[in-house]
Structure formats: structure tokens, C-alpha cells
Design a protein around this ligand. Structure first.
Ligand SMILES: C[S@@+](CC[C@H](N)C(=O)[O-])C[C@H]1O[C@@H](n2cnc3c(N)ncnc32)[C@H](O)[C@@H]1O
Length: 206
């Protein structure tokens, strides 16, 4: 078991509580995530592939919009909670980097997973997402970003240094601006969210 798997095994019982606490200043977990799913323009009947689904907080909202959802995570304890929250979804246990998409999708979703991957792994994950798109499909993303103004900027930088892996600061600085383009993806729409601590966007093949 990798160090990351051990972290999520320990974190799983507290993850939802932590998410609620962290998103409280931004209108609360449900409101924040509902806005994100709306920004991804998911339509009823869309086939959605969710990479790094965690405890299924996004999975539930995607299902509630009428999507047909396949969700992947490598942490069994996180997935166990997702299965209870979103029983209509199909869940697969896999490392995203070794994953072979079972078909083509209208949306491939990354919600707060890319910042956990080192740069080379992010590039692979984004390439995989691009290759899994059906004609007209798009990649939906939400993750840390460095658009915040002071004093929030200092606070989020401190949070990323203390509570997240080193890859998080790297992603926040370059992810949306450089790495999507390097993976052959063009941001169609994006906007800061959570006072600029994060960005939500959708990207199409360039
Ligand atoms: C911060 S959580 C985000 C969970 C969820 N998407 C959300 O928005 O609440 C990151 C999740 O990504 C998963 N993850 C991280 N790296 C992964 C990888 N290489 N393959 C599969 N899952 C991974 C972790 O197990 C964890 O459940």
C-alpha cells in the first residue's frame, strides 16, 4: 500500500466533515459543488467518467442531474462511502494512471485530484481523459488555482504548503494555464471559484 493510500484509509471516515468545513466559507459544500457541476454543463443522459471520485460527493450531484456515471478511485475506504452515497453509479477500483476507460464519455471529470499527482502523472491523467472523450465531449475540472487576492492568497498558499503534497502548489501555479494546453486540451470556459482559491472549467480537444 502506498503512502497516499494509507492517508486516504485514515482520512475516509472524516473526509466529508473536512470537505464541509473547508467549503463553509464559500457557501458550504453542497452549494459549492452544485455550482461546479452546473459549470460543467452536464445534461441528463450524459455519460460521465469521474476520475478520483473519493466518497462520491460529486458522484451524487452528477447522478442527480441525470448523468450516467462511472467513477474510479484507488482507495477502497473512500469508495466504500461513495457506493453508499451513490448506488446508481458504476464504481471501479483502479489507479487512474493504469486505468483503461471502458468506452467513450461526454464528460471526463477531475474534482480535486490533479493537484495530488506529480507533473508527469498529471500529464498522463489528462492525456487519458482526452483519449476517453466521445465526439463533442469535454473534460470538466475543479481544483486549486492561484487567482486569489490578498489576504486570501497568503492563506491558501499556507494551506497548500502545510496540508497538501508539493505537487499542489505546482498545479495551482501552472495547471489551468499551461498543463491543459500541453495535454492537447483547450479551455472552453473557466472561472475562479471559492474567492479565487480554486478554478472550475471545461476543456475540449485543441
Ligand atoms: C481530495 S480527494 C477528492 C475526492 C472527490 N473527487 C471530491 O471532490 O471530493 C482525491 C481522491 O483522489 C484519489 N486519488 C488520488 N490519486 C489517485 C490515483 N492515482 N488513482 C486513483 N485515485 C486517486 C484519492 O484516493 C482520493 O479519493
Amino acid at each position: 500500500m502506498s503512502a497516499e493510500d494509507v492517508i486516504y484509509e485514515r482520512l475516509a471516515p472524516f473526509y466529508d466533515l473536512m470537505s464541509r468545513a473547508l467549503l463553509l466559507p464559500f457557501g458550504g459544500d453542497t452549494r459549492f459543488r452544485t455550482d461546479v457541476v452546473a459549470a460543467w454543463s452536464v445534461q441528463p443522459g450524459d455519460r460521465v467518467l469521474e476520475l478520483g471520485c473519493g466518497t462520491g460527493l460529486m458522484t451524487r450531484l452528477l447522478l442527480d442531474r441525470g448523468a450516467i456515471v462511472t467513477s474510479v478511485d484507488r482507495s477502497e475506504p473512500m469508495l466504500a462511502r461513495a457506493r453508499v452515497r451513490a448506488p446508481e453509479a458504476t464504481f471501479l477500483v483502479s489507479d487512474v494512471l493504469a486505468f483503461e476507460p471502458p468506452g467513450r464519455f461526454d464528460r471526463v471529470i477531475f474534482s480535486y485530484i490533479l493537484h495530488e499527482l506529480p507533473a508527469a502523472a498529471r500529464a498522463r491523467a489528462l492525456a487519458l481523459a482526452r483519449s476517453a472523450l466521445a465526439p463533442g465531449g469535454m473534460v470538466g475540472l475543479v481544483d486549486f488555482d492561484d487567482s486569489a487576492r490578498q489576504p486570501v492568497r497568503t492563506l491558501i498558499d499556507l494551506y497548500l504548503r502545510v496540508a497538501e503534497p508539493p505537487s499542489a502548489r505546482d498545479w495551482a501555479a501552472h495547471g489551468f494555464r499551461r498543463e491543459l494546453a500541453a495535454a492537447g486540451l483547450r479551455l472552453v470556459r473557466s472561472a475562479p471559484i471559492g474567492w479565487g482559491t480554486a478554478r472550475v472549467g471545461i476543456a475540449a480537444p485543441a
